[in-house]
Design a protein around this ligand. Structure first.
Ligand SMILES: O=P(O)(O)OC[C@H]1O[C@H](O[C@H]2O[C@H](CO)[C@@H](O)[C@H](O)[C@H]2O)[C@H](O)[C@@H](O)[C@@H]1O
Ligand SMILES: O=c1ccn([C@@H]2O[C@H](COP(=O)(O)OP(=O)(O)O)[C@@H](O)[C@H]2O)c(=O)[nH]1
Length: 537
């Protein structure tokens, strides 16, 4: 959604800490998805999803070059034009992948192996050797694109599971085998075997002072799940799972704040992501949005509105949500005609078979429930398979009495944050799955297990009858958290931490850890890196 992203308008261009440095953020998905129409004209459209929303929010407080895949094959002859528009309007740099590599990297390996693996869905995993090759190939191409942009002292912040090999490949490219050899050469050879691209050679020149950070936007599963597969995290559990996988699967020594690998220390920390609340709050003040809110209030007069906003992804638990609504309506027939679910299902990863199957399942469930409880005047579910413009989304959040999130796993879930930001007038109720990262922070929500339909149905009932003072008190706590732990807070905390960490040896880190333990600042569950606490007040 275009309004989530403001082209180059960061106030503190390139500044962080006391220094002026160059920051590069790399993600598979650029904030802009490009397409070409039949007449050959290019169109630039805002991408969907929480990663784009959060990084776009962060970009308003700190400027960076954003490197990523444009989402579509662009013939070499058109690249100059596209590059210019991307850089001038959005300070973005495209990584051009061949169609087959992009398809196998994004659909084949990232979203058919890593995504189900990280979300505890091993049943949805489809392994194919060619896709693994494409994953390595794409990571190498990203590494090459990043290397072309870096200068001494650049910080590179790599995002998410699509690019998990990138830090190591980039380190190899910038250090060359001579210097990097002691810690990457064996691994590098395994990774680069059989792929095209520039493999580092012994005489590469070193580029000094490059720091590389990595953030995973999804959960990191327990080592039991991770075994099915041949570091910043949203929550403490994800970081702990990662560290215990390093120990159990790779036999590496770990500390609460990092892992030791061939004489180097990789620091690990938790940085819960957030939104840019101001953009929602300001948007609700626009006359056009106010008018839309009034129109929706009129439309749903006398009814309680439950809102659901999810990419149509099996991790979002949309069928579970529909089952619970059905149960609620069957147990509370007095609410038929008085409660409506407005469910926005944003199209996602439609080339992957599991997503196509999900769409059929959801269509069928919506049809069944509407058929069962609907009348000529009333439909219990308003279902939309599309994205909505930002104004419409804000209005929808604002008029809803309840927001229902039933993800079976979700790295964070920013929809819950956005709903809270838009509820200063209504003070609606947030029902949140215990399996969303957000449940660990959003104290004041009703937390449910989405697999327990009865519990979710009871929560819906509790939400629609909840009195105004209780709603106000819970909303106060939630709003305080969402306002404070914003996308800007998340991004700047991570960058500050990257700035603070000096390349040191493992011995020093162990000493520091022991010191902090002695001072009571880090225990078995202690963390050296900052954590946004959940507000208990
Ligand atoms: O890029 P897509 O394949 O269209 O998918 C959209 C994004 O989905 C995932 O988002 C995650 O990041 C959010 C922000 O940290 C988090 O709140 C949410 O729980 C995650 O699911 C994915 O991790 C991104 O890479 C995708 O861009
Ligand atoms: O039509 C829409 C509706 C929602 N969103 C945004 O998609 C993001 C979803 O993020 P979340 O963290 O909840 O889940 P993800 O989709 O990243 O897994 C939120 O910022 C929404 O505002 C969007 O891009 N288009």
């Amino acid at each position: 959604m275009a309004s989530f992203f403001s082209p180059i308008d960061s106030p503190s261009s390139m500044e962080f800490g006391d220094d002026k440095k160059h920051l590069i953020v790399v993600s598979n998905r650029l904030p802009i998805t490009i397409s070409k129409d039949a007449s050959g004209e290019y169109h630039f459209k805002m991408s969907s999803g929480g990663l784009v929303s959060a990084l776009s929010g962060f970009k308003k407080s700190l400027s960076f070059t954003w490197i990523g895949w444009p989402g579509f094959f662009i013939p070499p002859k058109d690249r100059e034009l596209v590059d210019r528009r991307l850089m001038e309007q959005y300070s973005c740099q495209a990584v051009y992948l061949e169609d087959e590599v992009a398809d196998r990297h994004y659909n084949g390996f990232s979203n058919s192996i890593l995504w189900p693996l990280f979300h505890y869905h091993p049943g949805e995993m489809n392994f194919d050797e060619e896709n693994w090759l494409a994953y390595r190939q794409a990571n190498m191409q990203f590494a090459e694109a990043v290397r072309q942009q870096i200068t001494p002292g650049t910080m590179v912040w790599v995002q998410d599971y699509h690019l998990m090999l990138l830090p190591m490949l980039l380190r190899g490219l910038i250090n060359g085998n001579k210097a990097g050899g002691e810690y990457t050469v064996n691994e590098m050879h395994k990774i680069t075997e059989g792929i095209e691209g520039q493999v580092p050679t012994a005489d590469e020149e070193k580029i000094p002072g490059i720091k590389i950070g990595f953030f995973l936007h999804t959960p990191f599963p327990s080592s039991e799940i991770y075994r099915h597969n041949p570091p910043g995290f949203h929550t403490y559990d994800y970081a702990r799972h990662f560290l215990s996988s390093c120990t159990r699967i790779l036999g590496l020594p770990t500390m609460p704040n990092g892992v030791e690998f061939e004489g180097r220390m990789a620091h690990v920390g938790t940085f819960p992501i957030g939104i840019e609340p101001g953009s929602f709050i300001e948007n609700l003040k626009k006359d056009s949005v106010k008018m839309r809110i009034a129109a929706l209030e009129q439309r749903f007069h006398g009814m309680k509105v439950i809102v659901g906003v999810d990419r149509l992804d099996y991790i979002k638990g949309v069928p579970q949500k529909l089952h619970a609504l059905e149960l609620f309506l069957s147990q509370h027939p007095e609410w038929i005609g008085k409660v409506v679910l407005v469910q926005l299902a944003v199209p996602s990863r439609q080339d992957v078979e599991e997503y196509q199957n999900l769409r059929s399942i959801v269509n069928e469930l919506v049809g069944r429930i509407n058929g069962r409880f609907g009348t000529v005047d009333f439909m219990p579910i308003h279902f939309m398979h599309k994205s909505l413009p930002f104004d419409e989304l804000c209005a929808l959040y604002a008029v809803s009495d309840v927001c229902l999130v039933t993800s079976t796993r979700d790295g964070m879930n920013l929809v819950s944050y956005e709903y809270i930001a838009c509820q200063q007038a209504r003070r609606g109720v947030m029902i949140l799955s215990e399996f969303a990262g957000a449940a660990q922070s959003l104290n004041g929500s009703i937390v449910v297990n989405p697999w327990d339909s009865q519990q979710v149905a009871d929560a819906i009932h509790e939400a629609v009858i909840r009195d105004a003072p209780t709603r106000a008190e819970n909303h106060r706590k939630l709003f305080k958290y969402v306002n404070k732990y914003s996308a800007a807070f998340w991004g700047t905390s991570f960058i500050k931490e990257m700035t603070r960490i000096k390349p040191g040896d493992v011995g020093k880190d162990k000493e520091n850890q022991a010191l902090l333990k002695a001072k009571g600042e880090a225990g078995d569950h202690g963390q050296l890196l900052p954590v946004a606490p959940s507000l208990k007040a």
